[in-house]
Design a protein around this ligand. Sequence first.
Ligand SMILES: Nc1ncnc2c1ncn2[C@@H]1O[C@H](COP(=O)(O)OP(=O)(O)OP(=O)(O)O)[C@@H](O)[C@H]1O
Ligand SMILES: [Zn+2]
Length: 464
Amino acid sequence: MKLYNTMTRRKEEFVPLVPGEVKMYSCGPTVYNYFHIGNARPFIIFDILRNYLEYKGYKVTFVQNFTDVDDKIIKRAKEEGITEKEVADKYIEEYFKDAEGLGIRRADYHPRVTELISDIINVVKKIQDNGFAYEVDGDVYFDTTKYREYGKLSKQNLEELEAGARVEVGEHKKHPMDFALWKKQKPGEPAWESPWGMGRPGWHIECSAMSMKYLGETIDIHSGGQDLIFPHHENEIAQSEAATGKPFARYWMHNGFININNEKMSKSLGNFFTVRDISKMYDLEVVRLFMISSHYRSPINFSKDLLDSTKNSLERLYIAKNNLLHLLENAKDRDETEEEKALREKLMTHKDKFIEAMDDDLNTADAVSAIFDLVRDINSNINENSPKTLIQFAYDLYMELAGVLRIVTKKEESLDDEIEKLIEERQKARKEKNWALADKIRDDLKSRGIILEDTPQGVKWRRA
Ligand SMILES: Nc1ncnc2c1ncn2[C@@H]1O[C@H](COP(=O)(O)OP(=O)(O)OP(=O)(O)O)[C@@H](O)[C@H]1O
Ligand SMILES: [Zn+2]
């Protein structure tokens, strides 16, 4: 498999450090809000990378952190009159709800900064002992001038960076690009004891410490959004390599942005849709399919129109799945003809295409196309006259590929049951002359592509 490595700026053959095992770390959310569609992109993409590596037979250990102490969380807690822990607990719980809706599995470890303070302090001490950090009145800074390779990920050199840098008032660092490993407590802020007095970790150090704790000093893949290349990942590399003297991560992967009107979707610009808001209008599986229909490094311009067309595409995938299930129920047991055997071969070519695409730097866009091509061939070649073995083969192949991307995962029964239940509710509302509720249920179903028809035999439904 080839992966694009930001460190070398080219696609490289992926070779894990230990054969058969992959250790990967992805920078997780700062938990002071619901996460938005832009944030969802790395969560979905790197979860798919993990699935795919497992599909290929690797044993994967995956870590994604929660930043649960930082300026934004402290601000949020003050605004709401609650503790930082309460803010973080709430949004971690909400993260898991939305992530589940998006089909994202839990990582093997989801460490939180506040639970690893002593590990973080130990890494800061190591960096200081190795001569790469200095203390000024309770703050500890990383000395960028001591780390010769500073800038190697973002391809910038220290002199140029220093020329453009600004030192904020109140900072006591020796060089403009030095950054905080440990921050002295300010009044009213959460703080922990340390060799440098009461304080809290800087942002970058948490990922170095967590990655080392759960995955070891050198890991295979480190990932996040493109905005993290500098300074976050550059600083993670400097800290980690200063602490251990070993390479920190072998492959650096970065996803492109979700934009709105060609501008990055971000909390600070206010141009974002939270996953939670979108979940009120769309099944989140639509968002997942939308996200993986582009290559992860390409920018995506987000629009509701795109979501609508993705919704229709997903519906087509479900119809094909349900057709196969219905065909299976009544299928004949008979031997396959030569032509039917040849069809198997033809269907398998789509699997080859799928794998070729995924092996080429996780090209989910082409992988999704391969699934649609497969579905097209299934629809036009498999019918009620097909033998059971062939229908089962087509169904298994389809579900195998969809399963790697974790799409088309819902069972038909559960969908049908839910619709029947809503129809009953609507009948009850009509009996009670609650026309508003009855209309609302009909319209909600319509927006999901389910059309109700009142017939003399009762209410019937069909897919639009
Ligand atoms: N518009 C976007 N498109 C793709 N990825 C994004 C986008 N915005 C943030 N990310 C990624 O989301 C992940 C979670 O980051 P985090 O919770 O720190 O969000 P953030 O950077 O604070 O968001 P914002 O930029 O909206 O303030 C990071 O990997 C980050 O690179
Ligand atoms: Zn990080």
